[in-house]
Design a protein around this ligand. Sequence first.
Ligand code: CA
Length: 328
Amino acid sequence: MSFTRLPALFRVLCAIFSCILLALTACAPTQQNTVAPSGFIGDLTPRPEGSPGVLLLAFSGRCPPGCQVPNDNIDYLTPRGTVQAVAAVLETRGLSVQIGAAASHLGLHTPGTVSQAQAGAGNTVAATQQGFVQLEERLNQAKQQWVRGRSNPTRIVLLAHSHGVVWSHALARAHPEAQIAAMIDLDGVCDFWETDHRQDIQARLKALGRNPWGFDLADSCGSVRVGHIRYDVKDVVFPNVVNDLEVQSARLLGRPDGSFMANFPFDNLQNVRLDGSRTGIQTYRSASDTHSSVSWPRSRAMAWVLDRLTELSTDWTPATPAPLPSAP
Ligand SMILES: [Ca+2]
């Protein structure tokens, strides 16, 4: 029996079912749980002299309420000392660390007003701030010069807080061939992210005339299907990420009088892999840190992060140079 001979109601139902199937197909995750191959063929060679053992890329979050977003967004993880605290753990391992740090912004910008409280009292902030594109360039440079074809490739570590987590997950998603040795997510949240950045991203795409990311970067707070559940991209750990350290701030904060007050915002969903597992993911939910305080280097949350990073970097020690052949 042909489709046109079916009763009209049945044909309508078939059409609706087909549309639903198409919609579900369109929702399918764009990446499976495998790391894209680097495609390198040939003998591996050591990294150039002076190249770092670790490239640490950090993304800060949004400026306080009332600021001009995204232009007033700054890299506050550097002046707070959070980036250096992470680097110090790795340097203790004997690894050289090169740092790149960005504000929650697509690109270079000059903030009109800087929140001193956000940067930390007495701390200075660079007049020109970097954004996602600059750190992506750093990653691309590292891939080409220090990772691809290297016998001792530079390890990539991503650190991010709040809206910065959306950027760091987008970076990992956009570069599936780049292995991320560790991703540190400090209370990632999506609220207002798309409103803040969609216009800049769409303007850049229009200027480029092409999409360099392979997905809609402006939709980085959209969701990805994992089994029957849809997760925000910031809660999805992509296959190229080896270790993910996730921090969630407290739901309720205790007051001196014994009462409690709400802490908002906070990351309310444990991270997951595309296959639904939590392989390589560790999550810490603080009982006392706020959304802001989780990102200060002396917080309980950061103490947990630094301890976990110390553990997982145990075998990151630089390779010992091969002994010289003995004299005949
Ligand atoms: Ca999460």
